[in-house]
Design a protein around this ligand. Structure first.
Ligand code: FAD
Length: 478
């Protein structure tokens, strides 16, 4: 067949993994094409993930703060009502600004964008069904892109529960972020980061929230001590939190979506509930099996993940894969770094993806952030470690902020005293964890961190102070 576009490097998918890879490849001199079904770059993260959720969470946090100051009598308020319409506009503006910025960066680098749904024909050709509008409709027009090398960066999508009725009141995270209105009663299915971030936003807007989680605890994967602090601040904001509980059936009628539960792992079965909105946030499944990978000879596992080596190469030598579809954790910063590695290797450079840590953050209130090993992981693996805690009740800045519920926890290898993990719960924990990430990558020990002069009075001091605790140094409280 005829070839419409020819390139050195094809990137399939314009999310954080894909655009990062494409920009790096173009900077390194490769003639690069991005194929993306939607009209904007940025993928899930910019359009319906990280960024819009943080725009909403920021406003929710400010509202909580103002309300709290009002309760203390410091701030007088006659009304603290959020305009949902303005809030929606604000979120859209944030997203538009960023996607516009990406489009400009692509143009500046002469990265060609082809709009449409791409599927491999073989290991040198991609068929593109040109899409219009929302990316769902194909125009019937087809293009063929010929490439020397390709990077698959097609991301993931929300997992559906088969028994949930097809009803506009049943939504995934994308639907919840649309913020059509403020429902009276919402059920959040899944107590992971995405579910709890959305629960935080809606609780602030006045929605009565139930959370149902199959596992024994919220925020699976996070250090339990950190989660406890979050729970202490938040459980009273929710109507019901049902742990060890499964949703087993749902039915939609005029009165609402009624959902039935079943106790798991020996837990009692909670009473059924009726809701105006049900958010299904039970995880995401990779899009590896939706791109015709088999036609190119790329092996995809039964769940849809594509296996890659430490240079992000698939089993087919000229095809790489990155981001959510190569495995957990499904996070934007992991996708970006994998994208850079794939692009550099494609351009002939020596690089491997071999991080010592990939941080996780729940942008809830307070925030929960962790990097490297958790205490539970250390214990499970039998690794000898020492633990150092710095409670924010002893932080001048946290007290000045009126938010001293948090703490900073650092874990060090018992023999080398090098840092192997850390967790922070408290305001701005997500920003603060960056220092722990760098320390782990640099192989810092407790003295390196404790002897580093941190600015006073800040929350980041808590990291230096925790390290001093680990060293056994006598710490004067600020
Ligand atoms: P994606 O972002 O999924 O991008 C893939 C792109 O490929 C999409 O644009 C898609 O349209 C396109 N595509 C797929 N198939 C085709 C095809 N056949 N042809 C053409 N185009 C195709 N991560 C964080 O690190 N921090 C956060 O705070 C955070 N918050 C999140 C909040 C929510 C509500 C959600 C849902 C996710 C969040 N994530 C967060 C996860 C983050 O969004 C993903 O890890 C990240 O977007 C993955 O990047 P990616 O490049 O692998 O894929």
């Amino acid at each position: 067949g005829s070839v419409d576009v020819d390139c050195d490097l094809l990137v399939l998918g314009g999310g954080p993994g894909g655009y990062s890879a494409a920009f790096r490849a173009a900077d390194l001199g490769l003639n690069t094409v991005i194929v993306e079904r939607y009209g904007t770059l940025g993928g899930v993260c910019l359009n319906v993930g990280c960024i819009p959720s943080k725009a909403l969470l920021h406003i929710a946090g400010v509202m909580e703060e103002v309300t709290h100051l009002h309760e203390l009598g410091i701030v007088e308020l006659t009304s603290a009502k959020v305009s949902v319409e303005k809030l929606r506009d604000h979120k859209t503006k944030v997203v538009t600004k960023l996607t516009g910025g990406l489009a400009g960066m692509a143009k500046g680098r002469k990265v060609t964008q082809v709009r449409g749904l791409g599927t491999f024909i073989d290991a040198q050709h991609l068929n593109v069904e040109v899409t219009s509008g929302d990316g769902q409709k194909t125009t019937g027009e087809k293009k063929v892109v010929r490439f020397k090398q390709a990077i698959i960066a097609a991301g993931s999508q929300a997992i559906k529960l088969p028994f949930m009725p097809a009803d506009p009141r049943v939504v995934d995270s994308t639907g919840a972020l649309e913020l059509k209105d403020v429902p009276k009663r919402m059920l959040v299915v899944g107590g992971g980061i995405i579910g709890l971030e959305m629960a935080t936003v809606y609780a602030t807007l006045g929605t009565q929230i139930d959370v149902v989680e199959l596992g024994p605890g919220l925020m699976p994967g996070a250090d339990r001590d950190l989660v406890k602090v979050w729970e202490k601040m938040n459980l009273s904001r929710f109507n019901r939190v049902m742990l060890n509980t499964k949703c087993i059936a749902a039915n939609a009628d005029n009165a609402g979506v009624s959902v039935q539960f079943e106790g798991a792992n020996g837990a009692e079965t909670p009473a059924a509930g009726s809701y105006d909105r049900v958010l299904v946030a039970v995880g995401r499944s990779p899009n590896g099996n939706k791109v015709g990978a088999d036609k190119a000879g790329v092996i995809v596992d039964e769940r849809g993940f594509i296996k890659v080596d430490n240079q992000m190469r698939t089993n087919v030598p000229n095809i790489f894969a990155i981001g959510d579809l190569v495995g957990q954790p499904m996070l934007a910063h992991k996708a970006v770094h994998e994208g850079h590695v794939a692009a550099e290797v494609a351009a002939g450079h020596k690089r491997v993806f071999d991080p010592l840590q990939i941080p996780s953050v729940a942008y809830t209130d307070p925030e929960v952030a962790w990097a490297g090993l958790t205490e539970e992981q250390c214990k499970a693996s039998g690794r000898k470690f020492t633990k150092a805690m710095f409670p924010w009740a002893a932080s001048g800045r946290a007290i000045a902020n009126g938010r001293d519920e948090g703490f900073t926890k650092l874990l060090f290898d018992a023999d080398t005293h090098r840092i192997i993990g850390g967790g922070i719960v408290g305001t701005n924990a997500g920003d603060l964890i960056g220092e722990v990430c760098l320390a782990i990558e640099m192989g810092c020990d407790a003295a390196d961190m404790g002897h580093t002069i941190h600015p006073h009075p800040t929350l980041c001091e808590s990291i230096g102070l925790a390290a001093e605790v680990a060293e056994g140094a006598c710490t004067d409280l600020p």
